[in-house]
Design a protein. Sequence first.
Length: 214
Amino acid sequence: MVKKLFHPFLLSLVLMGCNTQPSAQTPSGSSSQIVIHRFDKDLFQCMESKDEKLQQALEKEYPQMLEILNKSLFNSADSSLSAVSLNLFKYYSEPTLKNLYADVIKAYDSVGDIEAALTTGFAYLHSQFPDMQIPAVYMHVSGLNQNVLVADSLLSLSADKYMGIEYPLYKAFFNQPQRNKMQRELVAADYLAGWLMSEFPFTGNEQQLLDRMV
């Protein structure tokens, strides 16, 4: 079995590309346009409406996301989708978190800029690693908890961690250097970093200073 070694220089190239304006044409290597599946929006609509039909539709469309988010937030033993949905509905009903969720939905109503940056970034990765699987990309709200969720062929990012340096709620929990990283401009880069780190886990010698620095 060949061990994968994550290369920080490769990541830096991809991330620099994602922090620039996307080009009008997708780079050669992959013509796939990245579309973010809006699990966050659909879950929010389901909670707001309290419509059982919407809940059933949510469970049918996003079974893997519901299970992964439930496990990451609660580590619940009951993995039935109905129990998972109830856990999440109760979790997001907390007033502060509910307000945060509403702010996220408003701020990230449109994500075309992020999708364009991800299309560019994943096209570059595909040109370097033709056999790399391109994941289905989702967006969720974790309540300032799990930032990136990665599973087999699935990648999701918590948009509530990217509401801007001056977002009022952040000031109670995060210092200035942390808030500097919680901006919309870094969303695409963090998506790609999460996927790269899952595909190429660092296996260096932790006892070596250079490894720890990298």
